[in-house]
Design a protein around this ligand. Structure first.
Ligand SMILES: [Zn+2]
Length: 444
């Protein structure tokens, strides 16, 4: 196969400094060379012109099947928000509607430069959608069950689901597990799910330390979640000194878990996370919009914890755009800490690529542009009016390029987006999403 040589005004390998007038050579599915265009090996040249070429973005936390619920759950407090979400999903979201929604979510992500998804699903349908659309990802199959007596049955069902979807897994799309959160999962179910993850060597993701009501349930055995559990006949007692300490005591952290949110992470929580080898999914837009607060991102970075950037579902954040999330994350931390020197745009771009790959256990394959890694690439156009003059491409992307459509997206050497448009037969099935939205509307 002919070597393809992509040239661009800037190449950001992430593993090293930005390269002006750079090039990336791709042979089949792999990157084989990165450097200055003038030194590039011979091959078929593809000149992207005024563009920034970099590794594909890694969205470590999405709920692709909830794409049909964008705008459906506005301005609700967290418990009514999640109750409405869960109830309407159960009533309306058939497997076909879920798959249509997931495809639309993937299309949105692809056009925003996302090539890898860490997607949490309570059905598994997003795995099929990721396969169909040609992207990379992990589908974390969710499990719920607040009643300790449900744990055995719940984990048996989870095992069956993992086997079912595992049969469809590929080198590009893998299966994981996700015990949902401390307010929907009993301690025995956490233990059993962590055991299953260890036994089958599966990645695990868990929502944790997100909001005040979860904290009150775990630490004091009070609050709206505690009241709801008691109403269902479940004994509620204080379980741990913090939600993260709870996961540590139940053996969940040391599955190299991906901790989603970690808004309420104290210094000692972060010490536990670092010692366990767990990673964090930072979801700044969702955390802010639902009123949960600002996670201590700088402290996480300084503690040496792997951190990736997540959009969360568009039911909570309304858009899937990691450049927008990166800008928000920097601004939030600077408001929180009063510092102007950190985090930097470079730190956020690392988080949106290599950090995400590390958090999903995929950093041997993706996250940087280096020979031997998979050819997952994205190029963003430089807009002379909005970006000019611009001195460092990292700052151009993080501080000014939110909402920009990718000019080129490549996964495993296959071009999926060119000139801001989806290629091949991958289509978002917007009619399927509209049909699901009409069904949601009828519930009111
Ligand atoms: Zn989530």
């Amino acid at each position: 196969m002919t070597l393809r040589v992509y040239r661009a005004r800037w190449v950001l390998p992430i593993s090293g400094p930005a390269i002006a007038d750079g090039a990336v050579a791709v042979d089949g599915t792999m990157v084989t060379w990165v450097g200055r265009a003038a030194d590039a090996p011979p091959g078929a040249p593809i000149d992207l012109g005024a563009a920034i070429l970099m590794p594909g973005l890694v969205n470590v936390h999405s709920h692709l099947e909830l794409t049909a619920m964008r705008g459906y759950l506005e301005d609700l407090d967290f418990r009514p928000w999640i109750l409405r979400l869960t109830k309407s999903r159960e009533q309306v979201m058939t497997p076909e509607r879920r798959r249509a929604a997931a495809r639309a979510g993937i299309a949105e992500g692809l056009l925003a430069g996302i090539t890898t998804f860490g997607d949490v699903s309570d059905s598994g349908e997003s795995l099929t959608a990721m396969r169909e659309m040609g992207v990379r990802g992990v589908m974390f199959r969710e499990v719920f069950g607040p009643h300790p007596a449900q744990a055995g049955e719940a984990v048996a069902q989870l095992r069956a689901e993992v086997e079912r979807w595992g049969a469809d897994a590929t080198p590009r799309v893998a299966v994981g597990v996700s015990p949902h959160a401390p307010y929907t999962v009993s301690d025995p179910l956490f233990v059993a799910t962590a055991d299953l993850a260890r036994e089958l060597d599966l990645p695990l993701a868990v929502h944790v330390a997100e909001g005040e009501a979860e904290q009150a349930l775990v630490v004091e055995g009070r609050g709206v979640f505690a009241d709801a559990w008691r109403a269902r006949g479940i004994d509620v007692i204080p379980r741990a000194t913090s939600p993260i300490a709870l996961l540590q005591s139940l053996g969940v952290l040391d599955t190299r878990a991906l901790l989603v949110h970690a808004v309420r992470a104290s210094r000692s929580d972060l010490d536990l996370v670092r010692a366990s080898g767990a990673a964090i999914a930072h979801c700044p837009a969702s955390n802010a919009k639902l009123g949960h607060g600002t996670a201590p991102l700088l402290a996480m970075i300084e503690a040496g914890i792997p951190v990736g950037l997540g959009s969360d579902s568009v039911a909570s954040s309304n858009r899937m755009d990691l450049l927008d999330d990166a800008r928000l994350a920097v601004f939030q931390q600077r408001v929180l800490t009063g510092r102007a020197d950190a985090p930097t745009a470079s730190a956020l771009l690392r988080m949106a690529t290599l950090g995400g790959a590390e958090a999903l256990g995929l950093s041997a394959a993706v996250g940087t542009l280096e020979p031997g890694k998979a050819a997952d690439l994205v190029a963003f156009p430089i807009d002379p009016l909005r970006d000019g003059p611009g001195f460092r491409p990292e700052d151009t992307l993080v501080f000014g390029a939110a909402g920009r459509r990718a000019q080129l997206v490549v996964v495993d050497g296959v071009e999926l987006v060119r000139g801001g448009a989806l290629l091949r037969d991958i289509r978002p099935d917007l009619a399927g999403v509209a049909e699901a939205a009409e069904a949601l509307e009828r519930l009111n």
